[in-house]
Design a protein around this ligand. Structure first.
Ligand SMILES: Cc1cc2nc3c(=O)[nH]c(=O)nc-3n(C[C@H](O)[C@H](O)[C@H](O)COP(=O)(O)OP(=O)(O)OC[C@H]3O[C@@H](n4cnc5c(N)ncnc54)[C@H](O)[C@@H]3O)c2cc1C
Length: 406
């Protein structure tokens, strides 16, 4: 979704664009595996004052919601050290504001582009729910939601009010839910449907897709990148945008650029709906079990998993079991949890939860659009607009300085 939106932004302005992707189809990475939430109201970075304790409990406690896929390498140690630094109150507030501003800008652009160009993507615009299983967690979430109070007023709902907003959650109390945060302006939609449709429009604008072509390295001369090396050939261009999701850091390194990114794998499963009235219309996330969902026509898509690892997919079966368990608790028999379509992908995550959108430090014609973490679908259109502005040398509407390569 990040590559295709970036290409679209540039092609609309008349640039000649080529997309190179090792996959045979568009939207096959994280952009097909996500939960489908368009959630500026949930764009809080993972680095926050309570995160180190939560991380320790998750990594080493009984309930392993976050996992390491192998032994920590030097890169993960560097990433983790920076992550801890970003967990202080002042930095985490600043990062949360940056993520929110970009996400809201992006949501506006997504609405504008899809309306103007008639793009269908299973959109739902009635808000999103964030469920909690303990009063203490709910109170902490309420305090956190105050960070967004000016731009994004959110409401706390008890279980009765929750059932009023989303009747499919009328049994949530029995599943241990004590309440929820409701963001009335959050939304959902299929990132894969959007990306595929935008891909078709890109072809109409003359964008060339080189699919099934793996970029092995970037070739440099002086302070410029001259080609993206794929097999024996190199794709040449005036400017290059690295939007390779979780592989971005590795390819950046070949051009002498170091980005602090780490891949965090997860998976989603789509299940056929049996009883439409008892299946949620609103997207949501069970913040205790870390399972998110959104409705797509006659399916419910649910996702989970945060495995820090360079290679994957890892633990797909255990993720699927967690999704099924949470789904059955919340939605009972409304959904056929025995017939999943499973997809895996990796988020590209920065320690501060702020994406990397900007020019490289060593190459004048190399740009990055990556590191969107758990909200890349939410941020895609805004990030594409900004990277396009930077390529053209026009000032973006949001200050891009904090997003620079770092
Ligand atoms: C389980 C899960 C749930 C999520 N839920 C949400 C959500 O509800 N809302 C939200 O906003 N975000 C969510 N996200 C995050 C969001 O999906 C990602 O941030 C977003 O999809 C990133 O898009 P991308 O284009 O950068 O990466 P990807 O979609 O992974 O695309 C990267 C592309 O690069 C290609 N590539 C990689 N290496 C090479 C190479 N060497 N040569 C050529 N091509 C290469 C891949 O084939 C792929 O097509 C979720 C992510 C996961 C994993």
């Amino acid at each position: 979704v990040i590559g295709v939106t970036s290409a679209w932004r540039l092609a609309l302005a008349g640039h000649e664009v080529v997309i190179v992707d090792e996959a045979e189809t568009v939207a096959s990475g994280a952009s097909s595996a996500n939960a489908g939430m368009i959630a500026p109201g949930h764009s809080f970075p993972w680095s926050a004052p309570g995160a180190p304790l939560m991380l320790a409990r998750s990594l080493f406690g009984r309930q392993r919601r976050l996992r390491l896929g192998g032994r920590p390498d030097a890169e993960l140690i560097r990433w983790g050290t920076r992550f801890l630094r970003e967990c202080g109150r002042r930095r985490s507030r600043r990062n949360a504001q940056l993520a929110l501003q970009l996400s809201m800008y992006s949501q506006d652009l997504l609405d504008q582009w899809t309306r103007e160009h008639g793009i269908e993507y299973d959109a739902r615009h009635a808000g999103a729910l964030y469920l909690h299983h303990s009063p203490r967690e709910l109170a902490a979430a309420e305090r956190r939601s105050r960070l967004y109070a000016n731009e994004r007023p959110q409401r706390v709902l008890g279980v009765d009010a929750l059932a009023g907003v989303e009747p499919a959650l009328s049994n949530a109390g029995r599943a241990g839910v004590v309440g929820a945060i409701f963001d009335p302006a959050d939304a959902s939609g299929s990132a894969a449907a959007f990306t595929n449709e935008l891909g078709r429009r890109c072809r109409d604008l003359g964008i060339e897709f080189l699919l099934g072509r793996r970029v092995e390295a970037l070739r440099r001369s002086g302070n410029r990148v001259t080609g993206a090396v794929c097999g024996g050939d190199a794709v040449e261009a005036d400017n290059f945008i690295v939007a390779l999701g979780a592989a971005s850091g590795r390819i950046a390194k070949t051009a002498g650029e170091r980005l602090t990114l780490y891949p965090v794998h997860g998976c989603s499963a789509s299940f056929p709906v049996r009883d439409s009235a008892a299946t949620p219309e609103l997207p949501g996330c069970d913040e205790t079990d870390l399972v998110a969902w959104s409705r797509e026509r006659d399916h419910l898509r649910m996702s989970t998993g945060a495995v820090f690892a360079h290679s994957g997919p890892d633990g797909e079966q255990s993720h699927l079991e967690s999704i099924r368990r949470a789904g059955r608790h919340l939605f009972g028999d409304a959904v056929d949890f025995d017939r999943p379509v499973v997809r895996s992908g990796a988020r590209s995550v920065t320690p501060d939860g702020v994406p990397v959108i900007g020019r490289g430090r060593r190459n004048a014609n190399l740009f990055f659009n990556t590191g969107h973490g758990h909200v890349g679908w939410t941020m895609a259109c805004g990030a594409a607009q900004i990277v396009g502005d930077l390529v053209e040398g026009v000032p973006p509407r949001l200050d891009a300085q904090p997003l620079r390569a770092r």
